[in-house]
Design a protein around this ligand. Sequence first.
Ligand SMILES: [Zn+2]
Ligand SMILES: [Zn+2]
Length: 91
Amino acid sequence: MPLCRSAGFISCAPGARRSDSPMNCFDCHATDHVSSAAVATCRSCGSGVCGDHAYAFPQEIRALTGLGVSTKPLSARRILCGLCARAEHTR
Ligand SMILES: [Zn+2]
Ligand SMILES: [Zn+2]
């Protein structure tokens, strides 16, 4: 269901707290039915995530070198939502 289309949805009421972000946190909406501004996007499923629901993981960067593949000394960052983080990192 679209987040803001139904009449009477609390975040759409006049005077309700508005965020400048065009996207809200999917986990906040799905679990608590509140609208929180997203600060990042899940790299796996693409949902918006707020600071409480964003999980950052290091991601090794590899590059082709002359005779093979080398790992760069610095890791990049990979942001996941709670569900994707559990799915990828639960054994
Ligand atoms: Zn959230
Ligand atoms: Zn996700």
